[in-house]
Design a protein around this ligand. Sequence first.
Ligand code: SF4
Length: 396
Amino acid sequence: MISIQRKPTRTVRIGRVLIGNGYPIAVQTMTATRTTDIDATLAQIERMQAAGADIIRIAVDSVRDAEALQVIRRHTDAVLAVDLQENYRLAAVVAPYVDKVRYNPGHLYHHEKHKDVREKVAWIASVARDHGCALRIGVNCGSVDPEFQRRYPNDPLTAMLECALFHCDILDSLGFNQYVVSLKDSDPYRVIEVNRRFAEKRPDVPLHLGVTEAGLPPMGIVKTRIAFEALLAEGIGDTIRVSLTLPNDRKHEEVLVGRQIIEDVYQGRFLNAPRTALRGLNIVSCPSCSRVENERFVELAEQVRALMAYAKDYDITIAVMGCRVNGPGETDAADLGLWCGPTHVNLKRGPEKIGTYTYDEILPRLRDELDRLIRQRFGSPEASLADARESADVAP
Ligand code: SF4
């Protein structure tokens, strides 16, 4: 065992789970079944609980999802959180059935644009207060409030940090202190930096740690470990979520991985992956959730990893996202991005859309774009790419 001095945050109650202030680090995860498929969602929740999940998050995007949530609530004693996207007004519908509500300041900006953000936050806080819910201010690298992006155009970490601090100030001014903050990025080193900076400024606010879109195991676990080991060893982090791209019958493994990382850190067992471990082709992919529009998403992410392996030595990022809610925005920073719709996959080069392709067409199209990018950026001739494909056993 090593001695770790946890940051002295305030206590936040999330149902029967207390976090911050030295309480055990809570492990959370998120369902990925369709919320309206009540049986499948309950079965997944059960597997997650059996794996040791303290808090389970569910996506609710519609009144039908909210109706399903009511039934789910009646059939499980799990501590539940919901994730609101742009329609923050759903908070009033879901709050009676959950213990925590997460809002994303970036998405909040886009809904009811004529309203001051303070007014929207005050409304969410009053709903949370009425129903004894905690809140999470969930800031994500791919969906930072545009107002803060404008203020810090070349400094996305400061934009994330200042946005989170601004929302903390709003909640503080309302006398609402049952909130936690998350600052997530797909790059673990950026997660370390932005969370350290936040903890320095607001040591009183509990932090929910996560590396967003960490992707498929094992690299998704390596990225998560890099961030969590550094932060947890410094006493930063009161609850964690490991985000891995996994099929539904393996989603509970996020919890097992999270528990293992916490145990390893406290036992002094560090992976200590060198920075070079993240060099070369970087596939980021979302962990999937009930919003996934085609079940082939996880398989697609696995195929992208396998078929693009010939480019493993090139520093290029490919993002694979499961839906239209976060797909368009969270692929902007990648060199090549894919986001899935019900029947088609959208392909992007940075923020620019290239086209929309069927699930059968997308992989050869992606490979063409990857080859073009490698030739442009690294000057590699077609012959060397063909050799690399052959040695990686990828058909031309
Ligand atoms: S990109 Fe869409 S499907 Fe993937 S985790 Fe985010 S909201 Fe869920």
